[in-house]
Design a protein around this ligand. Structure first.
Ligand SMILES: C[S@@+](CC[C@H](N)C(=O)[O-])C[C@H]1O[C@@H](n2cnc3c(N)ncnc32)[C@H](O)[C@@H]1O
Length: 176
């Protein structure tokens, strides 16, 4: 997960412009729960320095707290409990070996009220369509999915090949 966009659909902007835009969005559209959030950004051990650089570069936008932590998918998530209100996943569906560990992490991390927003770029080359199909097939064992229609995406950053899915644990997937 990262705090700053760098894809071709995201034309580079000055820090001031980004700041103004973020503030406008915060005022106009952000639900109050996002206006002050305690955020943990996670990645592999070797990406921690980059996470810290991103945090430093974006700290003027943060009204709550933000920290970087190692989380390798499939491994223990005890230190991230209790379940967060939101999990934001960007571009995490892209190689086959990670699918089961990633799904385990989502299952271990989510509670009945956790909202997972999963954003991904639809890739058409090689094994990617099959990886995406398998991910959503496995995901639906324990989660309910709702695709967010393109017209509800950000007007400036929306793109036909970028999808956002709202994911919730099925209530039946919790042990009674
Ligand atoms: C395609 S990048 C997306 C990065 C960022 N979220 C973005 O949208 O720009 C995928 C990210 O998943 C991380 N990743 C890959 N395998 C992982 C694993 N097994 N456990 C945790 N993170 C992993 C990579 O280090 C990388 O930062």
């Amino acid at each position: 997960m990262k705090l700053q966009g760098g894809k071709r659909q995201f034309p580079p902007k000055s820090a001031d412009e980004l700041h103004v835009k973020a503030k406008e969005q915060e005022k106009k559209r952000m639900p109050s729960c996002f206006q002050r959030a305690d955020v943990t950004v996670t990645d592999l051990e070797e990406l921690q320095e980059l996470l810290r650089v991103n945090i430093e570069n974006n700290k003027h936008l943060v009204t709550g707290s933000v920290r970087a932590k190692v989380l390798k998918w499939g491994e223990d998530v005890t230190e991230f409990q209790p379940p967060p209100d939101y999990i934001l996943m960007a571009d995490c569906i892209y190689y086959e070996e990670s699918l089961e560990p990633l799904l385990k992490t989502l299952k271990d991390l989510t509670g009945p009220d956790t909202c997972v927003l999963c954003c991904y770029e639809q890739r058409t080359m090689g094994k990617n369509p099959e990886i995406e199909r398998k991910y959503f097939e496995l995901l639906q064992t324990d989660f309910e999915l709702e695709r967010i229609p393109l017209e509800k995406h950000d007007e400036e950053y929306r793109s036909e090949d970028i999808h956002i899915v709202n994911i919730h644990r099925k209530q039946t997937s919790f042990p009674s």
